[in-house]
Design a protein around this ligand. Structure first.
Ligand SMILES: Nc1nc2c(ncn2[C@@H]2O[C@H](COP(=O)(O)OP(=O)(O)OP(=O)(O)O)[C@@H](O)[C@H]2O)c(=O)[nH]1
Ligand SMILES: [Mg+2]
Length: 444
């Protein structure tokens, strides 16, 4: 295995490895060590993988299980504890979305998937917990908000068991209402945006009016640091139909503007975490609300991935079961695994992989596309089958893919070929999920 190549372009989730041969185990160990090495690099440097185009933020109040979710999905070595503000500086790491690998349709299994599942890297950020009035500086204040700037979507980790109060202090299970937590994150995010906008609003609004400027342009300029673009602002202004004279906008208008822009720019899914200990009543109430949510047990996922890493079980993230592969386990480990097994029987999965997949494929509307150089064998020039898997926005076309592969290839694009049908595709041809595509260009 070429570790240099892997570092630049990690593909195929390393866990778990079904094959118990010594060679497979060695490969597995190297993969794990490399993922941890990558993780350490990511903690201190900016993201370096050009095909990792998505960042997802884990947010929520302290002690909800954000770091446990993060650790389970990235295998990063970070602190988890049953008290508020365990995390102070954001953790950044590589997680994966999973999808059926197209090699399933062929006689050959490619070396970039595990059990015919392809794991495509994304960046995950685990931010510090936030408490009510964080936008005014309470708790760790605006720190978490600044860290959420780059996030394309937010997984709001909620303690659905009601076993922690507003500020994340442990209380008896069922005594805190998790519905309150759902609303408060939205409010904090709105107030954060409002604060940025309000800071110079008098001056900005007078300038827009006096110089007849395009409001969406000026507002997006002001909010660029919060990750809000002109398209989001424009869509919101069209929807809200505010007074044409923006100097007349009141605080309520600005707040409404912020709420709508947040919904567009930071789509959110709720991870109903600690579902393993949550009263049924809590789950039913939240499920009645009109919000995308999934029950999760980050603790169970972390236990399963750790047991898999230690070769105690064979477990595929997202799966509804696992297989014991070691006889060398203690009674307490056996007991813990039995109770996780009961949990999986009841809920179908730990919900962690499903949450990440839903965030990317449903909330962010992404598809996975596989560029190849040989449309017959689905390989690159070195014979690697399906070497790359790119996440792209639904609606992207063949030319967009060419640019994603390399700007030179985009500039010198001629046409593309659908590797399944061998049909020629023009630059405007819209790509579908799971497409295997060859790009033909004049680039050397
Ligand atoms: N029962 C149960 N406990 C969980 C679950 N996920 C996390 N926990 C526990 O909840 C506590 C807090 O977990 P963390 O992951 O540190 O929480 P956090 O949201 O990162 O907290 P801060 O960093 O303080 O904001 C720990 O004791 C975890 O073991 C779960 O799914 N079920
Ligand atoms: Mg934490």
């Amino acid at each position: 295995m070429n570790s240099g190549l892997r570092l630049r372009r990690p593909q195929g989730y390393p866990l778990p490895y079904r094959d118990n041969s010594r060679q497979a185990n060695a490969l597995y160990d190297i993969n794990v060590i490399m993922m941890q090495f990558i993780q350490k690099k990511l903690n201190s440097t900016k993201l370096m993988y050009n095909n990792m185009s998505i960042t997802i933020g884990l947010a929520g109040k302290p002690n909800a299980g954000k770091s446990t979710f993060f650790k389970a999905s990235t295998l990063a070595d970070i602190e988890i504890a049953n008290y508020p503000f365990t995390t102070i500086d954001a953790n950044r790491g590589v997680g994966y979305v999973s999808t059926a690998c197209p090699c399933n349709e062929t006689e050959t299994q490619c070396s970039n998937c595990v059990d015919e599942q392809r794991y495509v890297p994304i960046e995950i950020i685990d931010v510090a917990g936030l408490v009510p009035d964080a936008h005014k500086g309470r708790g760790l204040g605006n720190k978490f908000l600044d860290e959420l700037r780059q996030a394309s979507a937010i997984i709001h980790v909620v303690d659905s068991s009601g076993g922690t109060d507003q500020e994340g202090n442990p209380v008896d299970v069922g005594t805190h209402d998790p519905v309150e937590d759902i609303y408060f994150l939205n409010k904090e995010l709105n107030m954060w945006l409002f604060g940025i906008l309000k800071r110079n609003w008098d001056r900005i609004s007078r300038k827009i009016k006096a110089e007849n400027l395009k409001a969406s342009l000026v507002l997006s300029d002001q909010l660029a640091g919060a990750g809000i673009n002109e398209e989001d602002v424009n869509e919101t202004l069209v929807k809200l139909k505010l007074n044409k004279d923006c100097t007349k906008w009141e605080d309520g208008d600005l707040l409404e503007l912020c709420n709508n822009m947040r919904i567009l720019s930071k789509p959110m899914i709720i991870a109903l975490n600690k579902v393993d200990v949550a009263p049924e009543q809590n789950l039913l109430r939240i499920r009645e609300m009109d919000i995308l949510n999934i029950g999760t047990s980050a603790a169970a996922e972390l236990a399963l991935r750790s047991a898999s890493l230690n070769k105690i079980i064979d477990y595929k993230p997202g799966s509804s079961n696992f297989k014991l592969i070691s006889e060398n386990i203690s009674t307490s480990q056996k007991k813990a695994l039995d109770s996780i097994n009961d949990f999986l029987q009841k809920y179908g999965s730990t919900g962690i992989q499903e949450t990440i997949n839903k965030t990317v494929f449903e909330l962010l509307d992404m598809i996975v596309v596989y560029p190849v150089e040989d449309e017959k064998k689905w390989t690159d020039k070195d014979g690697n089958m399906l070497p790359d898997a790119f996440l792209m926005k639904k609606g992207s076309n063949a030319h967009d893919l060419a640019y994603k592969v390399h700007s030179d290839i985009g500039d010198s694009f001629l046409y593309a070929i659908d590797a399944r049908t061998r049909m020629r595709l023009g630059e405007k041809h819209e790509l579908k999920n799971n497409d295997v595509i060859k790009i033909v260009s004049t680039a050397k």
